[in-house]
Design a protein around this ligand. Sequence first.
Ligand code: ADP
Ligand code: NA
Length: 290
Amino acid sequence: MTIYNLGSINADYFYAVPHLPAAGETLAATSLGKGLGGKGANMSVAAARAGAHVRHIGAVGPDGGWMVDRLMEYGVDTRAIARLDTPTGHAIINVDAAGENAIVLYPGTNRCITDQQIGLVLSEAAAGGTLMFQNETNGQRYAAETAKSLGMRVICCPAPYETSALEEVISFADLVILNEVEARQHRDATGRPIGEGTNLKVITTLGAKGCVLMDNMTGQVQEFGAPQVTPVDTTGAGDTFAGYIAAGLDRGHSLEQSISLAVRAAALMVTRHGTADVIPDLKDVQDARF
Ligand code: ADP
Ligand code: NA
């Protein structure tokens, strides 16, 4: 089937600076790196590398052609990415000598996706397909409601966490994937764990400790350890994990089987520097010796 991923596409600009700029300061960067980013783009690449057919629902501006090309090169179906007149979402990431960073994020076209665009794309979707989304675009509620009514699987990755955004979509979701920090933010904001009183399945990722799966319908809790690795760069671990989960379910694997593969993919990811460019493919994950 097809995985429809409603997701952000960002240009990440990395500026190496001697120290993080103070108010009123003008500072020369010593180098500039540019890469494809955004949780949405990362998840699309991860699911594609895991072998799934992934159609990315998103938007870029006049400056975003190279990002669409990159996604296409990485095996993502880019036909549902709109070309708009607004600048593409981007992040200005200042990194100092100690590796500390300060980030300015401009959402740009990621917040310009219309319900009409989503509706048109999903009109080609069928029961058994998958919709996934994060919280870096707009349109999630419409997409989730439409997908649910079509009998699709709905996977919600509520990152960055925002209570109102999650509450708008939670009744349409089958599976929520979030990290420990986001789970705590939800508990602090609402006083209860995600999906309490619903039939949702919830995966909370725990970094080096793996993840825990909570089935709210049965009350069953299952823990999954992570392979032991020496991490060099944990960016994109959660995105890789989520993409592999979506791909596993799409292939007809059980959630448990999908998690077992996803923790291996994410462990391999943290041994690599970089983000979308280095998300491991299925063969790398199967061959990994841990
Ligand atoms: P996020 O990247 O969203 O902050 P986590 O840090 O929980 O989320 O990582 C997501 C998944 O990546 C974890 O569930 C785990 O499977 C894997 N992972 C992250 N860090 C490590 C690590 N140090 N060693 C092995 N696996 C890791
Ligand atoms: Na990495």
